[in-house]
Design a protein around this ligand. Structure first.
Ligand code: NI
Length: 166
C-alpha cells in the first residue's frame, strides 16, 4: 500500500533514478497511483509522491479522460510562448486537506518522449492541460515542486496555508 508524501517530506526533493526494467512492482505501483489520483480528483501523480524514487508518472488528459502511464518521461523541447495556469498538487495540501492552488507560468507547448507500461516508446507534442500536467509531473522526478516557480510573496501565501495542516 503506497502512501501519499506531503510537502515537507524530503523524499519530494530527491532526484529520481531512471527505470531500466519495467518490472511487476513498477506496474503495480502505477496501477495504485492511478487509483490514488482518481480518488483525490487529481490529474497527475509522480513516483516520488508515493515515496518511490524512480522516473515514472501517471497522468490523465482531463479533456478525454485518457490515462497515461509514462516511464522515463523526458521533455525534449519547450515553446518560447508561455501560458499562466492555476496549479495544485496532491502533495501540497492546505489546512482543509485539499490542494492549495496558485497561478504558474510555464511553456505552452512541449514535446515529450516516454516509454509506456508495455515498453513501447512514444513521442508527442502536447499543449493545453496535458502540457501543463506533464511538466508539473516530470518536475517531481527532479525534486521540483510548483511552488518553486512562485514569487517569494506568493510562495509564502501558499506555504502559510500548508502550515495550517496538522
Ligand atoms: Ni504535484
Amino acid at each position: 500500500m503506497l502512501q501519499m508524501k506531503l510537502c515537507g517530506d524530503l523524499v519530494l526533493r530527491e532526484k529520481c533514478a531512471p527505470v531500466d526494467t519495467i518490472d511487476a512492482e513498477i506496474l503495480q505501483n502505477m496501477d495504485e497511483m492511478v487509483k490514488m489520483m482518481s480518488a483525490q480528483n487529481g490529474v497527475g501523480l509522480a513516483a516520488p509522491q508515493v515515496g518511490v524514487l524512480k522516473r515514472f508518472i501517471v497522468m490523465m488528459n482531463p479533456d478525454t479522460n485518457k490515462v497515461f502511464k509514462m516511464i522515463n518521461p523526458v521533455i525534449l523541447s519547450r515553446s518560447s510562448e508561455t501560458v499562466v495556469m492555476e496549479e495544485g498538487c496532491l502533495s501540497v495540501l492546505g489546512g482543509d486537506g485539499l490542494p492549495v492552488y496558485a497561478n504558474v507560468t510555464r511553456p505552452a507547448v512541449v514535446t515529450v518522449e516516454w516509454t509506456d507500461e508495455k515498453g513501447k516508446a512514444h513521442t508527442a507534442e502536447m499543449s493545453g492541460l496535458p502540457a501543463r500536467i506533464v511538466q508539473h509531473e516530470t518536475d517531481h522526478l527532479d525534486g521540483i515542486l510548483f511552488v518553486d516557480y512562485l514569487s517569494p510573496v506568493k510562495r509564502e501565501m501558499v506555504m502559510s496555508k500548508v502550515r495550517r495542516r496538522k
